[in-house]
Design a protein. Sequence first.
Length: 288
Amino acid sequence: MTSPIKPWIFTATCPSLLGTVDVVTRYMAASGHYVDEIHSFDDREAKRFFIRIEFTPQSDDFSPEKFAEEFASRAEQFQMEWELTEPNHRPRVAIMVSKYDHCLNDLLYRHRTGQLNIEVPVIISNHPDLEPLAKWHDIPYYHLPITAETKPQQEADVIKLLEQYDIDLVVLARYMQVLSPDLCRYLDGKAINIHHSLLPGFKGAKPYHQAWEKGVKMVGATAHYVNNDLDEGPIITQGIQQVDHAHYPEDLVAKGQDIERVTLFNAVRYHVQKRVFLSGSRTVVFSN
């Protein structure tokens, strides 16, 4: 079935109870809403149910207010927390970056070509290097240098910018700074970070060179929500690729950056499309 009307997104979570799928799908059918895509998951450990539906109203006079009024009593029976997202919702995303440009470049390209349905009203960096790239895209660029002594004021300035630009999501596109606990709390659940995933764990300068010296056989990347545990927030996406003895350090860097780009893009895309649910320290991700 096709329709010129673009789909709405319904997301919900509630305790694990009999009839959770039925109460949603029965309402959709009774109200004349065609279900284009549906995902659900019941977490036995957390005793929590999650559901995401893309649906197309079959009449031109669809009213989200009427939907909310009619569905509220049904949701209340299941203690259901739910949200309705309109077609072409475009979250306002701030990108934070240091000197590496591969993730920033990729996000801006996908934004420009429509692969990411977002607005990027501001880019924030602790270095001036990538300002020309921001100017080419006609996006305001703020250089906020940081030292141990100026870190509290710098992070306060970051928060001011996020509030000034009414930001919905922050993407750390290789922002090479450890965020303070206060900033992590402020960004809890609304900031995504990307970092390399190498085993054994290689920290500090030139991790790919360290990995090459140990003869690693795979490289990868992890995108996760920011919290106060360094690089240990709830994971959204991961990528991996095998390598061997013929890959030199520069080859590992190139492959690693490729994986970082795609992994971060998918994490942002899933978040924007309401495909990610937080479940304690874990995530439920309805990928497509």
